[in-house]
Design a protein around this ligand. Structure first.
Ligand SMILES: C[C@@](CO)(OP(=O)(O)O)[C@H](O)COP(=O)(O)OP(=O)(O)OC[C@H]1O[C@@H](n2ccc(N)nc2=O)[C@H](O)[C@@H]1O
Ligand SMILES: Nc1ncnc2c1ncn2[C@@H]1O[C@H](COP(=O)(O)OP(=O)(O)O)[C@@H](O)[C@H]1O
Length: 285
């Protein structure tokens, strides 16, 4: 039985905001790719009837943790269709590597890994569609992690179309600040009227992130980091930040720049992958 499950990071290779819905959420056009780097979850199913996260995540209460919420949501859905006994439970531990509020989708990826792994371990038999539908209740980025393929996303992230961007090497750098997603979406100066384009047109144009201008304006640390990385390679913000990524053709080129990084920059080098490491684990079972 597999007990270690990857929860990879994602990058938004581009991100455009094409409008605002009546409920305040923003319509996006974004290209998601996974990294072969992320958190690891250790999941042991049991008959305790309890879901327990045994390694607290700093700043997040146990019952608010997306790991616990995902397990409870799956248990509820499976029990409603009588495919899981009432005493089904699980013990979950996390090795957290991804910064929180970093734009790398760590919390969403943790939730997706729990849904996919427990669906397997509990033998609940929910379809990928059903798991993605549970996922969207937890966060806009959960479905892409549940599906496990690089994707062009529209709507608020739920309309996914498989994509095959180049699998580059990335230097991902964290400027040491955490940026809450709502802060960016509520900024009056945010560009929220970029015309929607076809994927073909978007792939042919230079990639950009519409959140970058307001984030650089509000956070001097991000601004300095982007300016520094741009001296070496094409670089931009992922998601609503705070992380920034620079793209390279080789691992060694990315590592050379990481070695030059100023002391205040935390970073890692990882490869972009179009199939999620989570799904590689699943298909290797
Ligand atoms: C924009 C992305 C791109 O990947 O940013 P990151 O969070 O990864 O940085 C995500 O889709 C974010 O997804 P997620 O972080 O799950 O957002 P949620 O928790 O669902 O939303 C947090 C808040 O941000 C705003 N929000 C979020 C997504 C969206 N498309 N429009 C919005 O206006 C809403 O105010 C919402 O209440
Ligand atoms: N397991 C989890 N890991 C990370 N964050 C979590 C988790 N559960 C809940 N959260 C909450 O979700 C927020 C967003 O986290 P995260 O997904 O890592 O960032 P981002 O959406 O910027 O990529 C965190 O600030 C935290 O409050």
């Amino acid at each position: 039985m597999i007990t270690s499950w990857p929860a990879p990071a994602k990058l938004n290779l581009f991100l455009y905001i094409t409008g605002r819905r009546a409920d305040g959420y923003h319509n996006l056009q974004t290209l998601f790719q996974f990294l072969d780097y992320g958190d690891t979850l250790h999941i042991t199913p049991d008959n305790s009837g309890c879901i327990a996260l045994t390694t607290p995540v700093e700043g997040v209460a146990h019952d608010d943790n997306l790991i616990v919420r995902a397990a409870q949501l799956l248990r509820q859905a499976a029990q409603a269709q009588q495919s899981l006994p009432a005493d089904a439970g699980a013990q979950i531990a996390i090795e957290k590597k991804l910064p929180m509020g970093g734009g790398l989708g760590g919390g969403s990826s943790n939730a997706a890994t729990v849904l996919v792994a427990l669906n397997h371990l509990w033998r609940t038999g929910l379809s990928p569609d059903a798991l993605a539908e549970l996922g969207i209740q937890l966060g806009a980025d959960v479905p892409v992690f549940v599906r496990g393929f690089a994707a062009f996303a529209q709507g608020v992230g739920e309309e996914l179309q498989p994509a095959d961007p180049a699998e580059k090497w990335y230097l991902v750098a964290h400027p040491g600040v955490s940026i809450p997603t709502p802060l960016v979406f509520n900024d009056p100066q945010l560009t929220r009227d970029t015309p929607a384009r076809s994927l073909e047109a978007l792939l042919a144009a230079p990639f950009y992130n519409d959140c970058e201008a307001v984030v650089r304006k509000r956070f001097r640390e991000v601004d300095e980091l982007v300016s520094w990385l741009l001296e070496y390679a094409p670089s931009r913000l992922t998601g609503t930040g705070a992380c920034v990524f620079a793209e390279f053709d080789t691992e060694s080129a990315a590592r050379q720049v990481l070695e030059l990084a100023p002391k205040w920059v935390c970073g890692f080098v990882a490869r972009g992958v179009n199939v999620s490491p989570l799904h590689r684990t699943l298909s290797g079972l």
